[in-house]
Design a protein around this ligand. Structure first.
Ligand code: NIG
Ligand code: FE
Length: 411
């Protein structure tokens, strides 16, 4: 075997390999060898193949710490201007999220702030948030547009997302969410607005390589299933896979719509029907659960976790970091909420931010587990067992992050 550039040794490795018989895919007293930013070998440290330790190989002793795949935050709205703490207060005084949205607040108020913000203002605000995620082990983050709702600002948001990747040791996946809300100037003319999404935004994002995916918000306060279906058709015509904000506040038939279009994921799903869950299972659509929004909006009906589990739908978890429904910049808090609020086991929650998060992004062959050939993206933790990552609230046990085979530095 060829020599590794780096071998991390004296570590317990939670590989999250789907083929492992061990909980968490654990390899105790393991070692992980890397070359060219890829995993060359992982196994028990006494079973290292001959030749892997070369003259130039650097060996790093992790002192018995645990290693997991780098965390994947597969659903965020990290690029935006302003905040909506005022709406948080209004909700606590009795108004609902939908009422605030209908009265011109909600997504539209962030749209006003984001349209007025320069590239640099958006970049520095988003970078602060990105670093908060990275400090808790995140090595891949998905970032949606959707606070521009006009061609230029939507593209600016996606360019900011790409710039974040260029400037930081983190993988960024951009998603076009032009169909997030109807902008005020198109009130009563949603068909005309969706023409802009389908005929201007999607082609431009695809041509310029600004988005890897297209998302839409299927909800009474956003777009109908039929409208979202048209957005999906346009995305597919431009070779972009699709995802959906589905059944968050009401059963809008979102889960079945997403599955019917072969979507990578359907996200939220608090009101998803049984038929919707079955359709997702048949289509291989990942369920992305977002307990930060459920918690912040003080929702009471959790997504149908038992049905998802029983029908074999892969479950992912994400922060949904956004200024309205989920001002949450802590993936570890989301792991805790996934267990406490939705009843996931710690192993399911962690698989949701590793292996299944990767699948929701269409990157299941590239990231999400510690297996030969995948990208060398890892998080190293000061813990005695991986279940602890779902247990503490506050006080990150993240020791270090390795991205593409290099220790990630955010100084
Ligand atoms: O995922 N559901 C729609 N979009 C976001 C909320 C965006 C906002 O309120 O600004 C979400 O929860
Ligand atoms: Fe969202």
């Amino acid at each position: 075997m060829e020599a590794a550039s780096t071998i991390w040794t004296n570590t317990n490795v939670a590989t999250f390999s789907a083929t492992s018989a061990e909980p968490y895919g654990a390899v105790l007293e393991g070692a992980v060898a890397v070359r060219g930013g890829r995993i060359l070998w992982v196994g028990h440290r006494d079973a290292m193949p001959a030749g892997i330790l070369g003259g130039q190989t650097e060996t790093v002793d992790l002192g018995g710490r645990w290693m997991t795949p780098g965390l994947i935050d597969c659903h965020t709205h990290l690029v935006f201007a302003g905040d909506r703490a005022d709406e948080f207060e209004r909700r606590l005084l009795g108004e609902s999220y939908e009422e605030i949205a209908r009265s011109g607040g909600g997504i539209r108020s962030t749209v006003t702030a984001t349209r007025a913000a320069s590239f640099d203002t958006l970049l520095s605000a988003a970078e602060r948030r990105l670093r908060a995620l990275a400090s808790e082990g995140v090595t891949t983050v998905e970032i949606k547009s959707g606070y521009g709702l006009e061609l230029d600002t939507e593209m600016r948001m996606l360019q900011v997302a790409l710039e974040l990747e260029r400037r930081n040791p983190i993988r960024v996946v951009g998603t076009l969410l032009g169909a997030h809300a109807l902008p005020e100037e198109f009130e009563g003319r949603s068909a005309e607005y969706l023409e802009v999404v389908c005929e201007e935004m999607i082609p431009r994002a695809a041509e310029e390589g600004l988005a890897a995916c297209v998302d839409a918000f299927c909800e009474e306060i956003a777009f109908t299933a039929e409208e979202c279906g048209a957005v999906f058709d346009a995305a597919k015509a431009h070779g972009l896979p699709v995802r959906l904000h589905a059944d968050q506040l009401s059963d809008s038939g979102g889960a079945a719509l997403a599955a019917g279009h072969g979507a990578l994921s359907a996200d939220h799903l608090e009101f998803a029907s049984e038929a919707g869950v079955r359709a997702m299972a048949a289509a291989g659509t990942v369920a992305v659960l977002l307990p930060g929004a459920f918690y912040t909006l003080r929702q009471t009906r959790p997504p149908p976790v038992d049905a998802l589990r029983e029908s074999g739908v892969p479950i992912a978890l994400a922060t949904d970091a956004n200024p309205g429904s989920s001002p949450v910049l802590s993936p570890l808090t989301i792991l805790q909420m996934g267990c406490t609020l939705f009843g996931l086991t710690p192993e399911e929650a962690l698989a949701g931010m590793t292996r299944n998060g990767a699948r929701a992004l269409g990157l299941g062959d590239e990231i999400g587990t510690i297996e030969e050939g995948k990208a060398a993206d890892f998080a190293v933790w000061d813990i005695d067992h991986p279940r602890e990552l779902c247990y503490w609230l506050g006080g990150t046990p993240c020791h270090s992050v390795i991205s593409g085979g290099e220790v990630a530095s955010y100084d």
